[in-house]
Design a protein around this ligand. Structure first.
Ligand SMILES: [Fe+2]
Ligand SMILES: [Fe+2]
Length: 249
């Protein structure tokens, strides 16, 4: 796992740029590793190319065409759930920040991740606003719960499991943004989903690297376990359509 991570980490670095999001003026400090968050999405002319082979290798199943078709046919719901996901990603990371204060690396990575997820949240809100889409309550799907119920209940195992689950959620998000970007008939959304690939794939790497660095033992067995659980949640029939839902019924 760590060897794979080291090799793969080289594939998702990005170059510093310093512009703002469409109309939101989200100037971001690019001195660290968050440069893509200040790209002006509206000015991008070609999709950002990111090698996602390591994401696909990490996941135990690819998104089905039936999910893509359902998502495209229910875009407002997917956009709403995407907004929810960004907010939840920041909230989960914030909870971890308060719970696990002993690790400098963890605190720094989580602080960066929270900033990025909150920026994504603002960006999705902006997209909803521009599309004239009102906020609607949407219940959480089964996906995160379906993994979290397998979280071990003692430390540091619980922390390691949450980090691994975070890695899967980020990797799946990345895979689904790519799947949608390829077929979506909305140029702005297609560009935005391409733009998100870099940060979400880096979040996946960060979570996985943190899990391994904070564990005294190899995490390979837990990763393999959650790989199966996650693939089952993505592949099996699911009555609710969500950004991370399973095969539409
Ligand atoms: Fe995000
Ligand atoms: Fe993320």
């Amino acid at each position: 796992m760590t060897n794979t991570m080291n090799k793969e980490s080289k594939n998702v670095r990005h170059d510093p740029v310093n512009v703002t999001n469409n109309g939101m003026n989200n100037a971001v400090d690019t001195s660290n590793d968050i440069a893509e968050d200040s790209v002006d999405i509206a000015k991008l002319r070609t999709p950002i190319k990111v090698d996602l082979s390591f994401v696909y290798d990490f996941l135990g199943a690819r998104t089905t065409q039936s999910w893509v078709d359902a998502a495209i046919a229910n875009l407002p719901l997917i956009i709403q759930d995407h907004a929810n996901c960004e907010k939840k990603a920041a909230g989960t990371a914030m909870n971890m920040m308060f719970r696990y204060e002993f690790s400098y690396d963890l605190q720094c990575k989580l602080a960066q991740l929270i900033r990025e997820e909150m920026l994504h949240y603002e960006q999705v809100l902006g997209i909803m606003n521009d599309r004239g889409q009102d906020w609607e309550y949407l219940s959480a799907g089964r996906y995160a719960k379906g993994m979290l119920k397998h979280k071990r209940t003692y430390e540091p195992a619980a922390m390691i499991d949450v980090l691994i689950i975070g890695a899967f959620i980020e990797a799946r998000s990345c895979e689904r943004f790519a799947a949608l970007a390829e077929v979506i008939n909305d140029e702005r959304l297609a560009k935005y989903y391409c733009y998100l690939l870099k940060s979400e794939s880096r979040h996946f790497e960060d979570y996985l690297a943190l899990a391994q660095s904070l564990s005294e033992d190899s995490i390979d067995e837990r990763v393999a376990f959650f790989k199966e659980v996650e693939a089952e949640l993505i592949s099996s029939p699911d009555t609710e359509l969500r950004f991370h839902s399973g095969a539409p019924v």
